[in-house]
Structures are given as C-alpha cells and as structure tokens.
Ligand binder design. Structure first.
Ligand SMILES: Nc1ncnc2c1ncn2[C@@H]1O[C@H](COP(=O)(O)OP(=O)(O)OP(=O)(O)O)[C@@H](O)[C@H]1O
Ligand SMILES: [Mg+2]
Length: 261
C-alpha cells in the first residue's frame, strides 16, 4: 500500500546519529501518515528513544532530513518543534513532582499561551485571564483522560499508571498534531493497559497522529496501523502489523519464533 504524499504528516529520510563510535540511528527512513498510529519496535538499545529525541529536537541528526507538515525540522530546538505541534512523553515518566496534577497539565498548555510560563509565574495583570483559560483547558484534558478527580493532588503521590496518563494529558494539553509516546504501557497492569489502548484509539478518532514506541506487543499489534522495526539503529522492516509478525528478520531480531497473535 503506497502512502499518498499529501497524507504524510512526518517523514524521515536517511536520518543518522552516532554517539562516538556507536551508530545509534543509521540511515533510517520511513513515513507516518496523518491520522494513523505508527509503532516503532525493536530490541533494547535499537535506537527507538534516540529516534524520538531526534524528531522532538532533543538531539540533532548528523545526517538526513526530518520533514513535518512539509517543513524540514531536523536540528531545530525542542521548544520550536513543540510549538509546531509535536508533543511527547518520556520512557521514564518526567513530571513536576512538587506541582499538582492540574498544574502539570497547565505547563503543557503554556505552549499555546501568549505570555508563557515566566510571565504566568510573575502574575502580570494581563496574564490572569489567560491563566484562567489555561486552567479551564487543562481541566478538560484531565476529564478526557479520567484524572479530573485527582486535579488538586500532588503529582508525586499518583500510582505509576496514573502518572503515565498524566504525562499523556500534559502532552495533549498543547493540542499536538503529532503525539510521541515512549513505552507508555511500561509498568502498567492489564486494566491500565486496556485504558491506554482505548485512549490511543480515541485520539486517532479525533485525528491525532501517534508515533508509539512500545514493548507490549499485544497492545502494539492492536493499535498500530503500521510498524517500523529497528535493530542496531537500522530499519529492518516497515509495514502493517500482519506483515511485520510474519517477517523472518523481525522474528529473528525481536519477536521470537513463539510470538502469536
Ligand atoms: N546520550 C547517549 N550517549 C551515548 N550513548 C547513548 C546515548 N543515548 C543512547 N545511547 C546508546 O544508543 C543506543 C540506542 O539507545 P536508545 O535509548 O535509543 O535505545 P532504545 O531502542 O530506546 O532501547 P530501550 O528499548 O531499552 O529503551 C544504545 O546503545 C544506547 O546505549
Ligand atoms: Mg528507549
């Protein structure tokens, strides 16, 4: 199945990055169609998180192009890429533990605000109305992910499953076009994973494009429209879940021979 060019939201073309002698990402090329869920899988150390860091501007590639909505974004600073509509979560949850659940989401919303975080903290008069809007929007996102009743709690006291949901809520608060989730099911129990599954599919219904790094293959095969497979920094396969499950190179490198649907 060929992707229509105008349907491609994000494309990577020959993207490479080495840490010293270690080629973490090597000549990786693939596309992400608008409104789909694309998974990136592969063994530990394959380069998945590094790839996320390249797309989000936490790292700059040494070669290659990353095109988002028709614009080359590789090498741009992270805050600029975030403003263009790319939001992410982290493999190890990164929340502001000294803030409430609501405040954590408000931080995500500040990308869209005129005043920004610093002015917000200084409480200039013109920022107060904006602050109210941000608070209201943040509450809406908390309701959406089912965390509204926790709004006033400290983020630190949430169980891991809810922390992961909160991190997704913070990313969603910036109204992203593209959402990158780095192992969102890691540490979740079956019920929490099911909730995550439903959330990812609901986001797709709402038109948000998701790039998902995940080791939970049950979840991945169910939510992904397409899967890219990395091994030692190289793309070894890219296609729909059924084809990926049967791909001998993917089975040998990652899935194992006993993996079943
Ligand atoms: N900042 C860094 N400096 C040096 N080496 C790094 C750095 N970040 C990642 N690496 C190395 O690059 C390779 C790819 O790491 P990366 O974290 O992208 O893998 P991953 O696919 O996300 O693995 P996992 O499934 O364990 O999260 C690994 O060998 C890792 O040790
Ligand atoms: Mg990783």
């Amino acid at each position: 199945m060929m992707m229509q060019q105008n349907n491609v939201l994000l494309s990577l073309d020959g993207v490479s990055l080495a840490f010293g002698g270690l080629q973490a990402v090597e000549q990786v090329s693939f596309g992400v169609a608008r409104g789909t869920v694309k998974a990136v899988i592969g063994p530990n150390g394959a380069g998945k998180t590094t790839l996320f860091n390249l797309v989000t501007g936490f790292l700059s590639p040494q070669a290659g192009r990353i095109v988002f909505q028709g614009e080359a974004i590789q090498g741009r600073p992270a805050h600029r890429i975030a403003r263009q509509g790319i939001a992410r979560t982290f493999q190890l949850v990164q929340l502001f533990d000294h803030m409430t659940v609501l405040e954590n989401v408000m931080v995500g919303r500040h990308r869209l605000s005129r005043a920004g975080l610093l002015a917000g903290a200084l409480q200039f008069p013109w920022t107060r109305t904006e602050e109210k809007v941000i608070r209201h929007k943040a509450m809406e996102v908390l309701e959406f992910v089912g965390l509204a009743d926790r709004a006033r709690q400290s983020a630190a006291v949430l169980p891991l499953g809810l922390k992961r949901m909160l991190e997704i809520a913070r990313a969603l608060a910036s109204a992203p076009t593209l959402l990158l989730l780095d192992e969102p099911a890691s540490g979740l129990d079956a019920v929490e994973t099911e909730r995550l599954h439903d959330l990812i599919l609901e986001l797709r219904r709402q038109g948000i494009t998701t790039l998902l790094v995940e080791h939970d293959m049950g979840l991945t095969m169910e939510v992904a429209d397409e899967i890219a497979v990395l091994n030692y920094g190289k793309l070894i396969a890219d296609g729909p879940p059924r084809a990926i499950q049967k791909n001998p190179e993917v089975i040998a490198a990652y899935l194992g021979t006993d993996w079943q649907t």
